[in-house]
Design a protein around this ligand. Structure first.
Ligand code: ARG
Length: 358
């Protein structure tokens, strides 16, 4: 029984008042507590004022150990939950029998290398880990996947910036801020053309380019791992965007074969008009593949590798359109499983966005 139901029961036990679950509200402001009950609607039946009713509810429940505080504001009762106690009760609750079967893949955390680990990545990590533990608890097999942002033209720029201004020791001592500095400096005074050339070298497997990219990646991962360690979070697969480099061609081929690709503004796209969605960008005409294409490759790879019954993506709500498009393209391509994919969005936290420091 959850705390809301318990509160409802307690009110029913102490007062001659039937309250339904729907009559409770969640206060919009944090300082108004965790749960509120407006008492206006009971005034007529009880022949007394809403304030009076709110007072008697407060009186009856205020010594209860589930709450740290109960406040009356106007005709409302505001309940402040005793979080530690409630958490302990949840953890000590009767163990459930693991009756579920199947495999759930969970795309979670997925920060971008050489960039700070953001509040959004932190939320994804924690929500993803919680989902994994709950799913495992009830019997599912889970596969936690870190879809690192480790590929793209930005790495050509970073290599170029490092070659021009980089100092190895500085990066080793303080990798993320130093790499970020180089990246910012490139945008101010770097040579775009050279950045593009280095990315091409990287794509072609040039030794020096690959070595530098591998080093940026391992330095960044070292930092991210400190955060994961502190949180007690681990992954079953750290397969970033670069993992799909040699699987992109096959995706483009499938889309071509099904005649889904059309040319638009120097790019190949899958139109999604019937679904009322903007077209999904698959490939630029210079050959570069895009975020969506990597996710298409990743979705297919996950289905083939893990045979998931459900595939979750714990990613900020600003990417909702991306995941809707992803499912739509896979459906159009004839795959029968995209409905098993689910975006688990979360909002930005209010207040100043901060990066997470290691
Ligand atoms: N690296 C991306 C970002 O920081 C998140 C990736 C989420 N996962 C995915 N399969 N697209 O915005």
């Amino acid at each position: 029984m959850d705390v809301k139901q318990q509160t409802q029961k307690k009110i029913a036990n102490t007062l001659a008042l039937t309250v339904t679950i729907e009559q409770f509200e969640y206060p919009k402001q944090l300082d108004h507590g965790d749960l509120a009950l407006p008492c206006f609607r009971f005034a007529k039946a009880l022949k007394t004022s809403p304030q009076q009713i709110a007072q008697s509810i407060k009186q009856a429940l205020q010594t209860d150990e589930m709450y740290t505080k109960i406040e009356v504001v106007g005709g409302y009762v505001n309940f402040f939950f005793h979080r530690e106690r409630i958490a302990a009760n949840v953890l000590l609750a009767k163990p459930v029998t693991p009756t579920h079967q199947g495999t759930v893949t969970i795309d979670m955390s997925s920060p971008n290398i050489a960039k700070p680990f953001s509040m959004g990545h932190l939320r994804s990590t924690i929500i993803g880990e919680s989902l994994a533990r709950m799913h495992e608890h009830v019997g599912f097999r889970t596969v936690k996947i870190n879809h690192l942002g480790d590929w793209g033209t930005q790495f050509g720029k970073l290599i170029s910036a490092y070659k021009t201004w980089g100092v190895k020791e500085e990066i080793e001592n303080n990798p993320i801020p130093e790499l970020l500095k180089l990246y910012v400096r490139f945008h101010e005074e770097g040579d775009e053309e050279e950045g593009r050339r280095w990315f091409k070298q990287l794509e072609d497997g040039d030794d020096e380019a690959v070595q530098l990219w591998t080093w940026f990646k391992s330095e960044s991962l070292k930092e991210f791992k400190k955060i994961y360690q502190r949180l007690g979070v681990g992954f079953d697969a750290i397969t970033g965007e670069s993992f799909y480099n040699d699987r992109m061609g096959a995706v483009v081929d499938v889309l071509k074969e099904k005649r889904l690709l059309i040319e638009s503004d120097d790019a190949q796209v899958v139109p999604l008009e019937e679904q009322n969605l903007p077209p999904c960008l698959i490939q630029k005409n210079d050959g570069a593949t895009l975020y969506a294409t990597r996710d298409l490759a990743a979705a297919i790879y996950r289905k083939e590798t893990y045979e998931f019954t459900q595939s979750l993506y714990v990613v900020g709500h600003e990417q909702s359109l991306h995941f809707t498009q992803l499912k739509a393209v896979l459906k159009k391509a004839g795959f029968h499983w995209p409905d098993a994919m689910e975006h688990v969005p979360f909002a930005h936290s209010l207040g100043r966005q901060k990066d997470v420091h290691t």
